[in-house]
Ligand binder design. Structure first.
Ligand SMILES: [Zn+2]
Length: 69
């Protein structure tokens, strides 16, 4: 039985009970498979979903800014 820890996107609290956690989105990583975003079941509606296309554009900008510093 796996007891993976997930961080709630809405409150940054740890979710240790699989029944209490819901997947709200999957983010793509620059290098790698990306990661799954979790939230407490009662907080899922509070998570602000970012448009994946916008997130990709912003990620490129952030990487470029970091490289320029
Ligand atoms: Zn939460």
């Amino acid at each position: 039985m796996s007891r993976a820890l997930h961080v709630c996107r809405a409150c940054d609290g740890l979710s240790t009970d699989p029944a209490d956690g819901v997947i709200v989105m999957h983010e793509l990583g620059n290098s790698g498979p990306g990661w799954t975003v979790w939230a407490h079941r009662e907080h899922a509606d509070d998570v602000e979903l970012i448009d994946p296309v916008l997130l990709q554009i912003m990620t490129r900008i952030w990487v470029a800014q970091a490289a320029a510093q």
